[in-house]
Design a binder for this molecule. Structure first.
Ligand code: KG4
Ligand code: ZN
Length: 321
């Protein structure tokens, strides 16, 4: 990154192919794969700079939240690199990274803005009041939105990761064929009831409609359920964002995190908040990436200075800026 907002080089190594056969992330495999990939990924990113490490002024690394084995790989690697080169180092919250992906995506966006943060592990609305100062306005009582997409995809035999698979199956599906609940939790979100409703709807189709894995045999049924689930999930998310925005005087909203890659959600947010400035980052800034960590880290370094060497990874870190 240069000056917080200018991405000079961005490299992402995906583990989707590694985890797909298991239907979800296997923590031990994930940590090992991080260890195997990290040098290659950092070297590839540095190739985008003329002078490699000599051009680097500071290092930012994800400190949490997440799987501890994966976080440790990054934190220890970054600490070693920073120490070897006598560079300042900042430990950044993954969630702050997602919030800052919006700031990165739109040059005109400055706080205060409200971000709907929807990923595999998190569903929250967050107010970034000013740089370095954020407040969580609402969060999920149970499953995260992305988790719900992943679980429902499994029920429908659509594979991992579930979000893109549901989106594909939902295209052309009849969203009104099956009635699923439109959950509304004032001041929060909830997805487990919706997921359970999908499960019961499938069960009620009867054994003859299901294959050996309990998945509906009829692809039109799968599409209809995917469409209905997606509609219900999106409507809850957009309502929740609206409720959050009403509690603030922010003139801008953003949708960030892996689930922000969802076309139906992107369209619904643009439509509902047409009176505000709406930022929906491009897909490669929605799903996990290091550019957003660089942006959040740049602000953090500017405002608070470097972190003391030897800080720990924090699997349950809940910081939004
Ligand atoms: O932010 P992210 O890349 O990783 C976490 O920090 O969790 O988000 C991953 C989540 C997964 O649950 C995935 O199914 C979901 O984002 N996702 C989507 C779409 N693309 C990814 N959900 C809905 N529609 C999509 N197109
Ligand atoms: Zn994420």
């Amino acid at each position: 990154m240069r000056d917080g907002r200018d991405v000079l080089s961005s490299v992402v190594s995906s583990q989707i192919a590694l985890h797909a056969p298991h239907g979800g992330v296997v923590p031990e495999l994930a940590a090992r794969a991080h260890l195997e990939a990290i040098s290659t990924v950092v070297d590839a990113a540095l190739r985008g700079l003329g002078g490699g490490w000599d051009d680097v002024d500071a290092v930012a690394v994800t400190r949490g939240p997440g799987l501890v084995g994966c976080l440790l790989v990054g934190v220890l690697y970054a600490q070693a690199a920073a120490q070897a080169r006598a560079l300042p180092l900042v430990g950044v919250s993954h969630l702050a990274g997602h919030v800052y992906s919006a700031w990165l995506a739109d040059e005109a966006l400055e706080p205060p803005f409200v971000a709907l943060l929807v990923s595999g592990g998190h569903t929250e609305s967050v107010l970034l009041r000013e740089h370095g100062n954020a407040e969580r306005l609402a969060s999920t009582r149970d499953d995260a939105a992305g988790e719900a997409f992943d679980k429902v995809a499994r029920l429908l035999g659509l594979g991992y990761p579930g979000g893109p698979a549901i989106q594909r199956a939902a295209a052309g599906g009849d969203a009104s064929r099956f009635r699923l609940p439109r959950t509304h939790v004032p001041g929060g979100f909830s997805f487990s009831g919706l997921k359970t409703a999908v499960r019961y709807t499938i069960r009620d189709l009867g054994a003859s409609a299901l294959d050996g894995e309990g998945v509906p045999r009829d692809p039109e049924v799968v599409s209809a359920l995917a469409a209905s689930f997606q509609r219900s999930a999106v409507s809850q998310l957009v309502d929740g964002l609206e409720e959050a925005v009403e509690r603030t005087d922010a003139g801008a909203v953003a949708v960030v995190g892996g689930v922000a890659a969802n076309e139906a959600l992107r369209a619904a947010v643009r439509q509902r908040f047409s009176g505000l400035s709406v930022v929906v980052p491009p897909l490669d800034l929605c799903t996990d990436n290091a550019a957003m960590i660089g942006a959040a880290g740049w602000q953090r370094l500017r405002l608070r200075g470097p972190d003391a060497p030897g800080f720990d990874a924090d699997p349950s870190l809940a910081e939004f800026a």
